[in-house]
Design a protein around this ligand. Structure first.
Ligand SMILES: *Cc1c(COP(=O)(O)O)cnc(C)c1O
Length: 454
């Protein structure tokens, strides 16, 4: 074997070994950042090393610092695992090394991404002619969609943003819910909208935007307007009432954006699609493939109803770039990039329509089972309506809740992460892994029961 084959062979062996440990290893890492820095740090050696040995070295030394995200009992934040076909496709993407911004340069990967985008629009009930930009994740998807929104609402007000910039532009009102994801504020900040400029709308006990509060805010102002709604609140999993809110915002000529990093996928399930009803009338949608669809990092999608709005915001004027209709680099902020949509094609093809639907239904069923198991533990209170994939709970006091969170990580069976909800400490499980089985839920509940009893 040549160097390349030996290095790939080493990666394959060590990756398979790691995946084989997932059921038994502690889910939370056993080494700290300092430990890992001391293993990998120090000055760059003068002499090079054999490529396969480099791979073996990384795999051996990183192991205690790895978190078992691809397994069935990582419930922290909102983080998916990796479906087998998506993982293997990701390896191919690296081996192929296709710079996938242009359809002229890399037709195979651009076609795979384009089809993955069309399949997703179909599964999610979104307009088939919308543009789908493959970006690194929900954060940049929010940024990309709001970038298209900003250009479009200013154009409607007679302002050419690409030509004249932001300094003297008409004021744009950006309206958000009180329980929006932090990435919306960050996207707004990147686009020149400060936190104090955001119009914040009250939410209900589950984190849904209150329609009466939105109506009052919209009545109180004029000019270019962007309204950001949410499919899937990170703590409760709650969905804004799109059927009421989208038409209301449109009456005021708003651009309506939906942050649906994990929640948009409810639309692919016959039994859960009532949660997203009405969101298809919005103007842009941000979602992730690396959460609910279970493809490897990084893969998010910025979806814009009218591709002309994406192009107006993102197409480059560089003469050296060849145009052929709608290229990937016309609809995202990137030029050179990996073909991150190919693993999404592989996951979708491997699951099929019914497989995607049953994946979403299974994640929801896991959440229901987790909530009902947790509520049988004395002293544990489940805090949210478990309509989708999120379960939030707490112990009797904030102190006990935080201590329990730390003990769960230490004990190692599962990972749940801490949160604050309505001023009190909480713990949160997100059911986002295709690999989670009913047995994983039982093991997790048994471990938490044991910790509470002790
Ligand atoms: C995760 C998440 C994001 C950010 O997505 P990344 O993929 O982490 O960039 C945005 N919004 C919501 C609702 C999320 O859950």
């Amino acid at each position: 074997m040549d160097d390349r084959e030996r290095a790939l062979d080493a990666a394959h062996r060590r990756a398979t070994e790691f995946l084989g440990t997932l059921d038994d290893r502690p889910v939370w890492p056993r080494a700290s950042l300092d430990d890992m820095m001391s293993v990998f740090g120090g000055p760059l050696p003068d002499e090079g090393a054999d490529p396969a040995e480099v791979i073996h070295g990384i795999a051996s030394q990183a192991d205690p610092g790895l978190v078992a995200i691809p397994g069935g009992r990582f419930f922290g934040f909102v983080i998916g695992a990796t479906h087998p076909a998506a993982l293997a496709a990701d390896w191919l993407v690296s081996a192929w090394d296709q710079n996938s911004g242009s359809s002229v340069l890399t037709p195979a990967t651009v076609a795979l991404e384009r089809v993955a985008g069309q399949w997703m629009l179909d599964l999610l009930g979104l307009p088939p002619t919308a543009s789908v930009g493959f970006v690194t994740g929900g954060q940049i998807a929010n940024f990309t969609c709001l970038g298209a929104a900003r250009t479009a609402v200013l154009a409607r007000a007679g302002w050419d943003l690409a030509e004249r910039g932001m300094r003297d532009a008409p004021r744009v009102r950006v309206v958000v819910g009180a329980d929006r994801h932090a990435s919306v504020d960050r996207a707004a900040r990147f686009l020149g909208f400060g936190r104090a400029e955001l119009v914040i709308i009250d939410s209900d006990d589950q984190g849904r935007m209150r329609p009466d509060a939105l109506a009052a805010a919209l009545a109180d102002g004029t000019g270019p307007l962007i309204v950001c709604l949410q499919a899937g609140e990170v703590h409760t999993g709650a969905f804004d009432d799109f059927r009421t809110l989208v038409p209301l915002a449109h009456e005021h000529d708003a651009w309506v954006h939906v942050d649906g990093a994990f929640g948009l996928w409810a639309a692919a399930s016959g039994s859960l699609s009532r949660l997203t009803a009405g969101m298809e009338a919005a103007d842009s949608w941000a979602t992730d493939a690396h959460k609910t669809l279970n493809v490897p990092y990084d893969c998010g999608m910025a979806i814009v109803r009218d591709p002309a709005d994406s192009i107006a915001a993102f197409r480059t004027g560089g003469d050296y770039l060849v145009y052929s209709g709608l290229d990937p680099w016309d609809v995202t902020p990137e030029l050179s990039r990996r073909a991150r949509g190919v693993p999404a094609w592989a996951a979708l093809r491997s699951l099929g329509r019914s497989g995607v639907e049953s994946l979403i239904d299974r994640l929801h069923a896991n959440a229901v089972a987790m909530a009902s198991g947790l509520s049988t533990i004395a002293g544990i209170e489940v805090l949210n309506d478990v309509d989708y994939t999120q379960v939030m709970f707490r112990a009797a006091t904030d102190e006990a809740t935080r201590a329990l969170g730390a003990e769960i990580l230490e004990e190692g069976t599962a990972v749940v992460t801490g949160a604050e909800w309505r001023g009190r400490a909480a713990l949160r499980c997100s059911m986002s892994s295709w690999a989670t089985t009913p047995g994983d839920i039982e093991r997790t509940i048994a471990a938490i029961r044991g910790l509470v009893a002790a």
